[in-house]
Design a protein around this ligand. Structure first.
Ligand code: PBG
Length: 324
């Protein structure tokens, strides 16, 4: 026997050796934890399609934010579930809106926590679209004015980062300019830059009551088949002044995360979306997979693909697993 070959197994021989040569690490500080805030009192509503995820009223949400902080999570993103919906999403830009009140309250009680405000209209419009609808069309420029008002009111409430998720063209330019003119030059924009029209958002729409009442989001969110279009979307946002780029969903789009990483220098956020969460939960509840091992493998894969930050409903669990 006189074979000649590489001995890759030398570096896998023991846990210590494997730890020494590990290339990718997940840290609690990489995580962004989503919280759904709802108008009303004494509410902790379980979201049926997302075991472990709840809608919180403001009198109870601080306990949830405090738990995230205790675990070492540094950033949360707020999604609002308002009591009032209308055609133009008035409660999205109301100073007394659910996201604005939640932001003020959480920042007062946890000033060190970075509060990100999702900036969209779909939870706040009765038709469930992310912009103004006229004769069945989702109007672009007319929607921008409302998104700017929403972003400015969120910044006024104390949001540390504005995260527009609506996919209208020019939203980054409009929001950046609106924030600057209102005196919020220092507030960064985390753009949902590359957002595909995905069936993986199904459970979120239950949680946020944001399903479109007619049609779909295919005229504004991207076709999952397109790769070059992602570069154009990312480039527009960079040119328009975004500070972070989100790629969404994450796990079926790891190639896109890698591609964007290689083309752009801004921090990249992988949005590990609701459907990606619920599938793991369902399999774990059936005893078909090892939840911790599978979730940690997914976290590593998003970082390995090039993400700097991970927005995930698993954030508290991941923090626990990392801390143990
Ligand atoms: C709102 C918005 C959506 C998500 C985040 N912000 C839903 C959508 O576009 O329908 C999806 C998040 C998830 O599935 O976890 N525009």
């Amino acid at each position: 026997m006189n074979y000649s070959f590489d001995r890759h197994r030398r570096l896998r021989n023991s846990k210590g050796m494997r730890d020494l040569v590990r290339e990718t690490h997940v840290h609690t500080k990489d995580l962004i934890y989503p919280i759904f805030v709802m108008d009303g009192n004494d509410i902790k509503n379980p979201v049926n399609s997302m075991p472990g995820v709840y809608q919180w009223s403001l009198d109870r949400v601080d306990a949830e934010a405090a738990e995230a902080v205790e675990k070492g999570i540094q950033a949360i993103i707020l999604f609002g579930v308002p009591a009032h919906k209308d055609a133009v999403g008035t409660s999205a830009y109301d100073t007394e809106g659910i996201v604005q009140r939640a932001t003020r309250q959480i920042k007062a009680n946890h000033p060190e926590l970075t509060v990100i405000a999702d900036t969209c209209l779909c939870q706040f419009t009765d038709h469930g679209h992310c912009g103004v609808v006229q004769d069945g069309q989702i109007l672009n420029d007319e929607s921008l004015d409302l998104l700017v008002k929403t972003a400015v009111s969120q910044a006024e409430a104390g949001a540390d980062i504005i995260a527009p998720s609506n996919m209208m063209d020019g939203f980054t330019t409009a929001i950046r300019q609106g924030l600057d003119e209102a005196g919020f030059k220092h507030v960064p924009v985390m753009s949902y830059s590359v957002k595909y029209s995905s069936a993986f958002y199904g459970p979120f729409r239950d949680a946020a009551h944001s399903s479109p009442q007619s049609g779909d989001r295919k005229t504004y969110q991207m076709d999952p088949a397109n790769r070059r279009e992602a570069f154009r979307e990312a480039r527009s946002d960079v040119e328009e002044g975004a500070d972070f780029l989100i790629v969404k969903p994450a796990l079926s789009y790891l190639d896109i995360i890698r591609d964007v990483r290689e083309r752009e220098e801004l921090p990249i956020v992988a949005y590990n979306v609701s459907g990606e969460y619920s599938m793991v939960k369902a399999a774990a509840q059936n005893g078909w997979i090892d939840e911790e091992a599978v979730v940690m493998e997914k976290m590593v894969s998003m970082k390995r693909a090039g993400a700097d930050l991970i927005l995930t409903y698993f954030a508290k669990d991941v923090a626990d697993w990392l801390n143990k």
